[in-house]
Ligand binder design. Structure first.
Ligand code: ZN
Length: 512
């Protein structure tokens, strides 16, 4: 071919050549960017106390969507830094309370499913759960949730879920998930760390083309969180073992769920999970889960309170003999286990014993707070306080008090605390349900807990912040929706036999 003919041919192919170069440049530009893994994120996190006679509805939940759900979250940052493309949907979460209403659950679920339908295909799903949700009209809504997700996402998508260790987990739920990881501390100090670990495991599974499968064993052990503290034996050793198992060949993670005993469902109680990176290692995961479950079962009699327990009258007497501040927890009305927080028994006993210097933080009573706001600081008020939400275990208690302070605790002035003096008791009334679990909560209402003889809070175990400052602590075994004595609760649904309701029972972790 003559040279001019060659040139002519080249020129005639120039547009294709340019397009080829442009394609090369495009490929070059995207090489360091996302690897194309699309991850949908969602969550419905709730701890449902079925002994409470009222439902939890949508208003109780904190709802986050889109960028708002990702902002400031370590797990989201990790996924983004790993180059994942995130499709953030609804993240709903609420503090412990009664069963979730059917409408509320279905509204949340359907919003997530709708977003999933619009997003498929996705490579992974990250779920931020609690694990103890129970929904009105559903035997196991969490299993329903994952089954509905699978119908749309398919079986190949890797689903990773992060949990509070107080979740009640069923085999049906686990079967829909690939990866499961739960908190390793109670009182909890590793919530965000756990979510981050779960996200990292999801990335690891995607990058290595793993198909993780989780071995799961439900232990017939029903204990309150107060007997499941991870820093004391025997659980301390078992939780340390989780790290060891996670590092074994072919295994990715391991969890122990203490469970939520105030949810009367057949799946309630302790459970153990070990995540295998693939089907090949699943038998090993199951063996490790069985060995751990067996070891926990053998130690069940040693799962005990790590704090002094007493009746409320005994707790007050013991506290008065101490020469420093004593924290008393009103465990039956434990807000952090879903109880109402408006129980009046402890206030009544403090007044009967004419205790000269106590703080009670606090009692939930929006109407009484409103009356204090109307009366103003310095005014004397008379009304019956508390016993309006929990009218099963207590009744409103008539008091005469002086309004010391009114504190607006959030930007919108929606959360209001009224601090009153009722004889020797400094009483905090709240217009929303919350627990004082940290010294910061006391500072917000200008109370120095250590300047008082007795400090009463509505929790079971003292949370870490108060644990760190409390010279002495006593857990008062008070009646209420979070009764610590499992044998006194009227269970109808929990599987039987179960320890400690059937103390003579025997059980084998390998009988599956
Ligand atoms: Zn928890």
């Amino acid at each position: 071919m003559p040279v001019n003919q060659i040139q002519k041919t080249m020129y005639s192919k120039l547009p294709n050549f340019v397009a080829f170069i442009a394609l090369l440049i495009l490929i070059g530009c995207t090489a360091g960017e996302p690897e194309g893994y699309r991850i949908l994120t969602a969550g419905i996190a709730h701890e449902s106390n079925s002994f409470i006679p009222y439902l939890t509805t949508e208003e109780t939940f904190n709802l986050r969507r889109g960028e708002d759900a990702l902002e400031g979250r370590a797990w989201a940052r990790l996924l983004e830094e790993e180059g994942m493309e995130l499709i953030s949907t609804l993240h709903a979460g609420a503090g412990p309370s009664g069963l979730v209403s059917k409408d509320t659950y279905e509204t949340f679920r359907d919003e997530i499913l709708e977003a999933l339908r619009a997003a498929v295909p996705v490579d992974g799903i990250f779920l931020d759960m609690h694990g103890a949700m129970h929904v009105e009209g559903y035997a196991d809504a969490q299993a329903d949730f994952i089954q509905q997700i699978r119908k749309i996402a398919g079986e190949e998508v890797i689903v990773a879920a992060s949990f509070d260790l107080h979740g009640n987990i069923s085999q049906e739920f686990i079967e829909g998930l690939n990866l499961v990881s739960a908190y390793r501390t109670a009182p909890h100090v590793d919530g965000e760390e756990t979510r981050e670990r779960t996200a990292a495991l999801l990335v690891e599974a995607l990058r290595n083309d793993f198909s993780p499968r989780t071995a799961h064993i439900n232990l017939p052990i029903l204990i309150p969180g107060e007997k499941g503290i991870t820093s004391v034996e025997p659980l301390k050793t078992f939780y340390a073992k989780l790290l060891e198992i996670s590092r074994m060949e072919g295994l990715m993670d391991a969890s122990i769920f203490v469970g939520m005993p105030w949810t009367d469902v057949d799946r309630a109680g302790m459970s153990v999970q070990v995540v295998a990176e693939s089907e090949e290692y699943y038998p090993e995961a199951l063996l490790q889960a069985q060995a751990l479950a067996k070891a926990i079962w053998e130690q069940r009699f040693n799962l005990d309170f790590d704090v002094a327990i007493a009746s409320i009258d005994e707790a007050i007497s013991i506290a008065l003999e101490k020469d420093s501040t004593v924290f008393i927890t009103d465990s039956g009305d434990n807000v952090t286990a879903g109880a109402a927080g408006d129980g009046t028994l402890v206030l009544e006993r403090l007044l009967v014993h004419e205790v000269e210097d106590a703080v009670l933080a606090g009692i939930v009573d929006p109407e009484a707070v409103e009356l204090c706001v109307e009366a103003g600081v310095g005014a004397e008020v008379q009304f019956a306080v508390g016993g309006k939400i929990d009218n099963v275990f207590c009744k409103p208690l008539p008091i005469t008090a002086t309004v010391l302070r009114i504190k607006y605790l959030d930007e919108d002035n929606m959360q209001t605390a009224a601090v009153l003096q009722v004889e020797g008791v400094t009483l905090v009334l709240l217009n929303w349900t919350t627990a004082f679990t940290d010294p910061a909560h006391f500072r917000q209402v200008d109370i120095d807990p250590l300047a008082h003889k007795i400090v009463v809070v509505k929790e079971g175990y003292l949370f870490q912040g108060l644990r760190d400052i409390a010279p002495h602590a006593i857990m008062a075994l008070t009646p209420g929706f979070a009764n610590q004595i499992m044998e006194e609760l009227e269970y109808k649904q929990v599987r039987r036999p179960i320890y400690p309701l059937d103390p003579e029972m025997d059980w084998s972790a390998t009988g599956f």
